[in-house]
Design a protein around this ligand. Structure first.
Ligand code: GLN
Length: 229
């Protein structure tokens, strides 16, 4: 209402669900680490805004944005039409997609078609959960975090997990979850965005800083740190 919100003094409280490595997780000492964490810190430095993280459940991030209790959310969150109806997104900052994970010794499940009637574990409120919900006769169980869903598969209590490929591949590569593999093609192409409340005056500041760190090489340095070979 005519008020010019001066956002650059911050702090921006940024919500994240810190059980989604390599994007966000907690180190042994309880510190938040990950690609998204470094990205937001770099954006804060670039924009001259102080960033404060707040841990929230993944399905609590959009409600918190709507309630105005956080200024932004970064959580490997896919830009979807449905979400964009309730929050605003930054320009895309990461390309991902959904992958099917199964037990290493499973030779039966090879594609989305072969998931019919299977037990599928997913993380609540995610694009993977939505995909699983559309599979005929599938028995879908939901978990608060992706690692918990993957553990259910590793324990033999689920036939498959549908989750973001970069997160599942990281869990396999780091040995965080054993005895599982990714099969078939990616089910989707998805782009992550940083979410802000609808019509936030901070969105332009965010996008400008994000573009600047993409152009000045900072983004590449962070990418290399978390995804470099
Ligand atoms: N990219 C997926 C989504 O937005 C999963 C995100 C996550 O689990 N942190 O639904």
């Amino acid at each position: 209402d005519g008020e010019i919100a001066a956002a650059t003094s911050g702090p921006w409280v940024v919500g994240t669900e810190p059980a989604f490595p390599p994007f966000e997780s907690q180190s042994d000492s309880g510190e938040l680490v990950g690609f998204d964490i470094d990205l937001l810190r770099a954006i804060g430095d670039q924009a001259g805004v102080e960033i404060e993280f707040e841990s929230l459940p993944f399905d609590g991030l959009i409600p918190a944005l709507q309630a105005g209790t956080i200024e932004a959310a970064v959580s490997g969150m896919t830009i979807t039409e449905e979400r964009a109806a309730t929050v605003d997104f930054s320009r895309p900052y990461f390309r991902a997609g959904l992958a099917i994970a199964i037990a290493e010794e499973d030779a039966e499940i090879t594609s989305i078609e072969t998931l019919e009637g299977k037990k599928i574990a997913v993380q609540i409120g995610t694009t993977g959960a939505e995909m699983a919900g559309g599979i005929k006769d599938a028995k879908v169980s939901t978990f608060d975090s992706a690692p918990l869903a993957l553990q259910e598969l590793a324990n033999g209590n689920a036939d498959a997990v549908i989750n973001d490929a970069p997160a599942t591949l990281d869990a396999i590569a780091t040995g965080n979850i054993g005895g599982i593999k990714v099969v078939g093609e990616l089910l989707t192409e998805e782009f992550y965005g940083i979410a802000m409340p609808k019509d936030s005056p901070n969105l332009e500041i965010l996008n400008t800083a994000l573009t600047e760190i993409i152009e000045n090489g900072t983004y590449d340095t962070i990418y290399e740190k978390w995804f470099g070979t």
